[in-house]
Design a protein around this ligand. Structure first.
Ligand code: C2E
Ligand code: CA
Ligand code: CA
Length: 563
């Protein structure tokens, strides 16, 4: 270092040696510092190009050039180039040119080299600090922000009073467990990363994507772009390898959305979007749900339900109703479904209000066995009283499939009451897909070998295909009510679908029960399609036990309701 320049250098390093995590801040310090020494060292131009490879913390990598200084008088095109390698496989190239009409002597060249080396060292430290910061706010699995990053980002917008220009979105992938199972964990991870990259490709300046964990994502999106974003998150098709072949995998998402207001805190926004998502999950009604204030009441109600459930079960507050099933060709009672009601302080609470809560908590399993117990007790009493019972189906949550004793517990309950197993039918819903396919198949086999029938409930609302069903050996398919809603319309689409399902099911030697039959038009069409049984308000609503006993005692015919 030349003695003449020593004070100048001291100032130079003083300027660039501050503490920062931001490369952009460092760049502005360097620009200013070089401007100050340019005249003494006859610098006409100084720039650097920084490259870094893609890493989990920097999904796109870096390739960035910055011109720190250009003299107004121009510069000679005889660059001095210095190349440095960085640890993670990237590099830094620094280029200096002398000012117009100047050629650097040996001593000046030594000084330029010294400046370049020190810029590399100090810049490297800033680079490291900025990587550390990025690590602390990045989700390693996908390269999005983590929740820490999202909170920091949002807080900056709150401070600038810009937060209310955005909406908060909480996203959960709908069928990810299923995908995991089908394509395997390694490919599912790749799909999750690709999905994250798709979300990141949407965001513009000051929007943010974060991953709280698992198959969940949070997003902060400008209000004017929110609808476009919500259309962007579902129906995303990826390719995966299955058994050596490329297969298309579609990822769908559920989202809770919260419209951020002026005085909202970051926590308010994230919690509200999460509440909306939970409500969407519980009700299953639609995939995108905007937050409404009564959702919080419902959450509180849900908490109350789970708190008082054990006591209510002990007090036998749950009562079984029976809804008749009718044979469509003979119009006679041929079976029934047990549906549970909660009689709380004299008020009958519908299952829609408590089943989803218990299902989420897992306590539904206790209720299901309680119901089976009551059904067996009723059957035993009917038989003892000389009534001719019909087969009773009871609903079991698919959560039971995780319990390896599920089948044995059903069998031992039925044995305990000495009931002929042919009077019992177990309904399992298919709506959550076939994650538990093998457990389900094993369960169905065990039921069949003991003589208990099985049925697939809400058929047509989930991922089932008749192909899978034919290997399952279930006895009955319960066609979801949604198929019937447009039956008899001008458009015959549903008719074609139902006719084909019924045909195929009949050919596979199973039976179809149509659920939610409300009109004679529906009943007539179903009868024409050779659908064997129907259940719905046209015939009977779910009846309290004593009323259902009257049906068992009577002629069991519904002919007068058909016209
Ligand atoms: P689900 O098994 O699909 O039962 C049929 C539902 O449709 C019943 O509602 C029934 O009242 C209703 N329904 C029957 N016919 C008609 C009709 O013609 N029109 C209309 N609009 N609806 C009709 P419910 O009793 O409110 O039960 C709702 C759901 O709660 C059931 O749906 C079932 O999934 C669940 N559930 C009820 N009891 C139990 C139980 O003990 N265990 C489990 N795991 N789930 C239960
Ligand atoms: Ca059912
Ligand atoms: Ca059903």
């Amino acid at each position: 270092m030349s003695k003449v320049c020593s004070e100048l250098y001291r100032n130079f390093f003083y300027k660039i040696n501050g503490m920062t995590f931001e490369m952009s801040e460092f760049v502005s310090w360097v620009s200013e510092a070089i401007r100050d020494i340019a005249a003494v060292l006859n610098i006409g131009m100084c720039k650097e190009t920084f490259t870094a490879p893609k890493t989990p913390f920097n999904v796109n990598g870096v390739n960035q050039s910055v011109v720190f200084y250009t003299s107004e008088e121009g510069y000679e095109d005889c660059p001095q180039t210095f190349n440095f390698r960085t640890g993670e496989g990237g590099g830094l190239e620094m280029v200096f040119c002398p000012k117009k009409s100047h050629i650097w002597n040996e001593e000046e060249l030594e000084d330029i080299k010294f400046i370049a080396e020190n810029l590399f060292i100090i810049g490297g430290r800033v680079q490291m600090l900025s990587v550390m910061k990025r690590v602390s706010i990045t989700d390693i699995g996908t390269g999005t922000s983590n929740m820490n990053g999202l909170f920091m980002h949002c807080q900056q917008l709150v401070n600038k009073k810009l937060f209310q220009n955005y909406d908060a979105v909480f996203i959960n992938l709908k069928n990810f467990k299923f995908i995991n199972r089908i394509v395997g964990e390694r490919q599912a991870d790749i799909i999750l990363k690709s999905y994250a990259r798709r979300l990141l490709s949407f965001v513009e300046r000051d929007e943010c994507i974060a991953r709280p964990g698992g198959d969940n994502f949070c997003a902060l999106i400008e209000k004017k772009r929110i609808n476009e974003f919500l259309g962007f998150i579902s129906n995303v098709v990826f390719e995966a390898e299955l058994g050596g072949e490329k297969q298309k995998v579609t990822v769908n998402a559920r989202a809770g959305v919260y419209e951020i207001k002026e005085d909202d805190t970051v926590n308010d926004a994230i919690n509200a979007s999460s509440t909306a998502l939970n409500t969407a999950k519980i009700t299953g009604r639609c995939d995108v749900l905007w937050f409404e204030s009564d959702m919080l009441d419902r959450t509180i109600k849900a908490n109350t339900i789970s708190n008082i459930f054990p006591e209510a079960l002990k007090n036998e507050e749950f009562v079984v109703y029976y809804q008749p099933k009718v044979s469509l060709d003979s119009n006679t009672l041929c079976g029934c479904e047990a549906l549970t009601r909660w009689v709380k302080d004299g008020i009958v609470v519908s299952p829609a209000d408590f089943i989803p809560v218990l299902e989420r908590e897992g306590t539904i399993c206790r209720l299901d066995f309680y119901t089976l117990d009551k059904v067996c007790a009723d059957l035993k009493r009917w038989i003892e009283n000389g009534l001719q019972p019909v087969r009773v189906s009871t609903n079991f949550s698919k959560l039971h499939l995780h319990n390896s004793d599920f089948a044995d517990e059903i069998i031992s309950t039925v044995k305990k009451y000495g009931i002929d197993p042919s009077y019992i039918e177990v309904e399992l819903t298919e709506s959550s897909g076939y994650e538990d396919y093998e457990a389900l198949a094993e369960f169905v086999r065990k039921m069949k070998s003991y003589g208990i029938s099985t049925s697939i409930d809400d058929f047509g609302t989930g991922y089932s295909s008749l192909n899978l069903l034919k290997d399952l050996d279930v006895d009955i398919i319960k066609l979801d009510k949604s198929f019937l809603d447009n039956l008899g319309d001008e458009k015959k689409t549903d008719e074609v679908v139902i006719r084909n399902i019924v045909n195929m099911v009949n050919e596979l030697d199973m039976q179809v029960v149509a659920e939610g039959v409300e009109t004679n038009v529906q009943a007539d069409l179903l009868e024409n399609f050779k659908c064997s049984m129907a259940q719905g308000y046209l015939f009977d609503k779910p009846l309290p036990c004593s009323e259902f006993e009257e049906r068992l005692k009577g002629s069991k015919t519904y002919i007068n309701l058909r016209n």
